[in-house]
Design a protein around this ligand. Sequence first.
Ligand SMILES: Nc1ncnc2c1ncn2[C@@H]1O[C@H](COP(=O)(O)OP(=O)(O)OP(=O)(O)O)[C@@H](O)[C@H]1O
Length: 266
Amino acid sequence: MTDDYIDSDAPAIRVRGLRNSFGEQVVHDNLDLDVGRGEIIGVVGGSGTGKSVLMRAILGLRPPQAGTIEVLGVDALSDRAREAGLIERNTGVLYQNGALFSSLSVAENVSVPLKEHYPELPEDMIHDLAMLKIRMSGLGEDAGAKLPSQLSGGMRKRAALARALALDPALLFLDEPTAGLDPIGAAAFDELIKTLQRALGLTVFLITHDLDTLYAICDRVAVLADKRVLVNAPLAEVETFDHPWVQEYFHGPRGRAAQAALAKEA
Ligand SMILES: Nc1ncnc2c1ncn2[C@@H]1O[C@H](COP(=O)(O)OP(=O)(O)OP(=O)(O)O)[C@@H](O)[C@H]1O
């Protein structure tokens, strides 16, 4: 943790009365969300329910029309938080498409946030830190010199994860991290997230459509529907929640398959 004024006992995320709209279209209305320290929360919901918009609001990338957002005990919408880059410095984000700079090597990509936030660090130290994050993300030393286009889809995700971890964030945001990966690659990525979360004490906000991911690594699940967080609870409780989308999602064919796979592992 790099900032004195961040409260290490405060919840990781606390959202109250959030309203987000685009013109006439209201995406969130009176939305509340609590995320405790050190948990992996899976955020699910139908397409267009506003999972990514919620993530961007929490990150301070788009001011909401109403509501309050606290991240690590800090008012994320305050001028002080924004001016000091507080949220940016204490969070890491893995965007849906990886969002790596295509003309930079993997090591250079991971170095970008380090150079931006710690310009006084010597070049060789930045490189060493970048290589450490690359190894932590399960890539070999040789990946550092490669361009994103020279990596497989799964390796690109790991490179993007390395960049998300560059600043030793307390909070990690992952937007559909296993989308586009084959089932074995997806399971390995889930395992990596869980291992890093345990080792580093991270709080993880994980947007996903992947039921296997929910069952494998999430402590809690928040369901977005009807413009708000319908339920935010451990998986077993969410599964029984009486709402058509929840029932279809967890008890439709894909939900049953994920539950069966989990039962087989146990
Ligand atoms: N910049 C924008 N301008 C206008 N509308 C937007 C903008 N960003 C998002 N929206 C709208 O807000 C709604 C929620 O979008 P969002 O991307 O958060 O959905 P999502 O739950 O993440 O969906 P998916 O699961 O398909 O990724 C959508 O109807 C989308 O069209």
